[in-house]
Ligand binder design. Structure first.
Ligand code: 13P
Ligand code: ZN
Length: 291
């Protein structure tokens, strides 16, 4: 089968357009990766070419950017500098399927980027996340990065602390702790595209499904495109509510209490991490547990 006719490419491109429609992908902002199943590779490989050069991943030395847990696997990724709004009209120019070598230290393009280019500059973070996510749950295949305005805005006013970010977001929409009971990790500002930010994000993704990058955007993971998109959508919606609340007042008159959050565990079959359910002074926004 041709990649362009596949359900995989159609779902990938639809997600790119959905993210663009949300306003999360100005210019070339954001990137999306998908770890292909064996069956998908089998179905599509007649459309692949195997004469591409093996290239190093990211800026750092080859041995420092190896992803042995993903050796030999295939990924559908967005191209660096490519615009999300152009993916659905022309996937072959704006995305690529890449294969990793047996050491997981180099990649080659087997399909796509037909007018030239290279995979996203955030490839080290995508592969790092996909590697640790696969280790904790084989079914996690999607890693998504975008620039949602409300999440970014909050990184200027809340302490850059995972507990505070999670708790404040949780209080905004009851569904949040059910959708991501392990909460949100926060990475302080760092140079994007490099090993440091890749390592910091990887640490978060070992346990959590969402990582906020201060003054930049967010990453999330999921089993499929619906879940990854839905997760980002949920976090950004809650962030939008918080921005609205904070623009009306620096205190909340009413909110969801830790005891009420615990009441969600049983009916929804989740175990909300207790680290986020600390006692707060009445109505405060952005309070650390130790304050
Ligand atoms: P790329 O165009 O290289 O994917 O970079 C976009 C981006 O959002 C960097 O963080
Ligand atoms: Zn970015």
């Amino acid at each position: 089968m041709k990649v362009l006719d596949s359900k995989l490419m159609k779902s990938y491109a639809r997600m790119a357009s959905d993210g663009y429609a949300q306003g999360w992908h100005e210019r070339n902002g954001g990137n999306l990766s998908y770890r292909m199943t064996r069956a998908e590779v089998e179905e599509l490989k007649e459309d692949f070419h195997y004469d591409g050069e093996w290239k190093t991943i990211g800026w750092q030395k080859e041995e420092e950017s190896a992803f042995p847990g993903l050796a030999g696997e295939y990924f559908l990724v967005s191209g660096s500098g490519k615009y999300f709004r152009n993916i659905e009209p022309d996937p072959e120019a704006n995305t690529a399927i890449i294969q990793l070598n047996d050491a997981g230290s180099r990649y080659r393009i087997v399909w796509g980027l037909k007018d030239g280019g290279r995979p996203t500059s955030e490839l080290p973070t995508h592969l790092g996340n996909l590697e640790v996510c696969k280790a904790r749950d084989e079914n996690i295949r999607v890693v998504y990065h975008c620039h949602p305005a409300n999440i970014i805005a909050l990184t200027f006013v809340l302490p850059l602390d995972s507990r505070v970010f999670t708790r404040e977001i949780y209080e905004m929409i009851t569904e949040c702790p059910i959708v991501f009971p392990e909460g949100i990790g926060v990475v302080p500002w760092m140079v994007c595209g490099g090993k440091l930010i890749s390592d910091a994000t990887k640490e978060i993704m070992k346990k959590q499904d969402v990582a906020v990058w201060a003054h930049h955007g967010a990453f999330c993971c999921g089993y499929d495109f619906d879940l990854a998109f839905g997760l980002m959508h949920t976090v950004e919606k809650a962030a939008e509510v918080l921005v609205k609340v904070m623009s009306m007042s620096d205190r909340k008159r009413n909110t969801i209490t830790p005891a009420q959050f615990r009441d969600l565990n049983e009916p929804f079959g989740v175990k909300i991490n207790e680290a986020f359910l600390y006692e707060k002074k009445d109505g405060t926004i952005g309070q650390l547990p130790e304050d």
